[in-house]
Design a protein around this ligand. Structure first.
Ligand SMILES: [Zn+2]
Length: 173
């Protein structure tokens, strides 16, 4: 078994058996009890907010990427649409309700947490403001900063998917 590919998973979570087979890299089957588990990608959302030529970034409070820049967003909960997840994250992290939001595009990401690496699909939304909204950093964010479109420091952005998203947005708008 390729330990790196299978993230060190060695025992069946149902029966504790050690005879796991991996028909594909994203699912295993227990040869003792027949249990099958799929390690599917997680759906996530992120929001680009633009106001008067500036983009809003959050400063991450926790690992991974503590102290680095992030877009407001996070994992979608079960039963939620991507739009609902984006609106909930904006409420939780910035304390705001958004009037209008537009889907832009998506990028894959890898999110290491607690010894596992979660593959995600980050769906990116856009909110444009005429006047700066009354944002207040909360939840996973230590702070928020507005950055001029031409002054974005891409190597300070925590995740590859979000670097690509901001680059693409700036090149197309
Ligand atoms: Zn089993």
């Amino acid at each position: 078994m390729d330990e790196a590919q299978h993230q060190g998973v060695r025992f069946c979570p149902r029966c504790g058996g050690e005879r796991l087979s991996w028909p594909t890299p994203k699912n295993f089957r227990c040869d003792c009890c027949g249990f099958v588990l799929f390690l599917n990608i997680a759906a996530a959302v992120a929001v680009i907010m633009e106001c008067q030529g500036k983009l809003l970034f959050g400063v991450r409070k926790h690992e991974p990427g503590r102290g680095m820049l992030d877009l407001p967003g996070g994992f979608a909960d079960a039963g939620e649409s991507a739009e609902e997840a984006a609106r909930r994250e904006l409420r939780e992290e910035l304390g705001i309700e958004v009037p209008e939001m537009r889907y832009l595009f998506s990028f894959p990401n890898r999110y290491p947490y607690g010894g596992m690496v979660y593959d995600t699909l980050d769906q990116i939304f856009l909110v444009r403001w005429d006047q700066p909204p009354p944002v207040k950093a909360a939840d996973d964010l230590a702070d928020v900063v507005w950055v001029e479109r031409g002054a974005v420091e891409f190597d300070r952005i925590a995740f590859d998917s979000l670097r690509r998203a901001v680059r693409r947005y700036l090149s197309e708008s």
